[in-house]
Design a protein around this ligand. Structure first.
Ligand code: NAD
Ligand code: MLT
Length: 310
């Protein structure tokens, strides 16, 4: 029996090659919900990144579907409840892009501290403004890591190599895990008052939605810097905008947004906010890792086995 798999977001060729060794593969990106509803019934599996919104309507029409694979970490673009009700296995590739997202976070922190994007744009305009772009050293500063999972912990290690003090909050990680790494774990309220730089690395779930908001920002140090390379919505963008304009927050580095792409976000008008278009996982290495992982899991499920992701 020949299986058919739909890949509806760009997937690295290494993953496509593995799939093609086992089944028929259609690569069709940028399909609308209506288009997906029309064709999804012919497929045994669907593989996506973050572009495709796998809604309940699509899943309802997916009568042959056995597996939905997410080439990445967050499954927030897949209606997992609807998939479970239909008996479809959903899995992700949680480890393949950890280091890519970690390195992007550290790059954003340093770019923010030294005004690198702004200074680069200024010089390319023909200016030579050395005093305008005075920065801060990260050496000796305190980094607050909210969400001490795979990426949070790898960010912590790299910040320690920059001689930063790292503190962390994660309600599901025991204090001993932090202690073993020289990281003090504490309540989020305490972390917000102690950190010079705050970086969030949680999923977007009800308990993390707008964790960084008007009230929590008011408790932070004056001149705090805030980084989000996790998920849009963890930070209340309207509150962040006000806090940057008032000077309470010295700057923010955002890779993810409440709405993507964030075409109308007023944050994009602020010099002290640096942004990238959801590039955390965009390395050749990470895309190869996650593509191979979901392709292998897809084949296992189609063969009657189970997926192996977290
Ligand atoms: P992970 O599951 O390893 O870690 C997430 C951590 O958040 C866990 O330790 C969990 O206990 C913790 N957490 C859950 N609820 C919390 C709460 N209320 N307060 C504080 N901590 C809480 O995930 P990860 O691989 O480290 O990924 C972290 C985030 O980064 C996810 O949202 C993921 O989707 C995102 N991500 C983004 C990119 C990107 O391209 N920008 C790339 C990879 C991952
Ligand atoms: C993820 O959750 O893995 C990232 O956001 C990266 C991606 O969307 O590919």
């Amino acid at each position: 029996m020949s299986f058919k798999v739909l890949v509806s977001d760009p997937l690295a060729e290494e993953g496509i090659a593995i799939l093609k060794g086992f089944c028929d593969v259609d690569e069709k990106a940028d399909l609308s919900e209506d288009e997906l509803v029309k064709i999804i019934g012919q497929y045994d599996a669907l593989i996506v990144r973050s572009g495709t919104q796998v809604t309940a309507r699509i899943i309802e029409a997916a009568d042959k579907m056995k597996y939905i694979g997410r080439a990445g970490v967050g499954v927030d673009n897949i209606d997992c409840d609807a998939a479970t009700k239909k008996g479809i296995i959903v899995s992700n590739a949680p480890e393949g892009n950890t280091l890519a997202a970690t390195e992007h976070t550290v790059a954003m922190m340093m770019a923010l501290a030294r005004n690198i994007p702004q200074a680069s744009a200024s010089l390319k305009k023909g200016e030579w403004k050395r005093s305008k772009f005075m920065g801060n050293e990260m050496n000796g500063k305190t980094l607050g890591v909210v969400g001490f999972g795979r990426i949070g912990r790898e960010v912590a290690k790299r910040a320690q190599a920059l001689q930063m003090t790292v503190i962390a909050y994660d309600p599901f990680i025991p204090a001993e895990v932090g202690a073993a790494m020289g990281v003090e774990m504490m309540s989020v309220a305490e972390l917000f008052t102690k950190a010079d730089v705050i970086t969030v690395h949680t999923p977007l779930i009800p308990s993390t939605t707008h964790m960084v908001n008007k009230d929590s920002i008011a408790t932070m140090r004056d001149g705090v810097r805030i980084i989000n390379c996790a998920r849009g919505g963890i930070i209340d963008e309207a509150a962040l905008y006000d806090a940057v304009v008032s000077g309470k927050v010295a700057g923010a580095a955002l890779d993810v947004f409440e709405e993507e792409p964030p075409t109308s976000s007023p944050l994009l008008t602020l010099d002290k906010v640096i942004v990238t278009p959801h590039l955390g996982a965009s390395t050749v290495e990470a895309q190869k890792n996650v593509a191979i992982s979901v392709a292998q899991q897809c084949i296992e499920v189609l063969k009657g086995g189970s997926a192996k992701s977290a």
